[in-house]
Design a protein around this ligand. Sequence first.
Ligand code: ZN
Length: 138
Amino acid sequence: MKSYRKELWFETHQRRQLINITPEVELCLSESGIQEGMVLVNAMHITASVFINDDESGLHQDYENWLEKLAPEKPHSQYNHNTYEDNGDAHLKRTIMGREVVVAITKGRLDFGPWEQIFYGEFDGKRRKRVLVKIIGE
Ligand code: ZN
């Protein structure tokens, strides 16, 4: 069995941003040389997510609106967590959007369903943060 590990770094300009990281994951898969196996992609921070969905701008705005209804950023004082920080909302957004995805690898390709793309969801950005890509197989 082969294994491959890489960290992808991101620094968003906005506090919240969704980034399609499918091309980066495909590059990792190509570097790994693995033809059959699994890839795990996870956010290494507890205020960011990795999830799979459609790369469609209306949907991305819907996520923003929905998450702001569930866990509004402001006022910061509404969160018990925000004593030394202001990112209580980002922890909650991360929880609902998830930590990681696992995708099957078949014949050297990500074995997606229709329209599936991998996203990094940043909820407390403007600083350097990481995503782990771990691939196992042969
Ligand atoms: Zn925090």
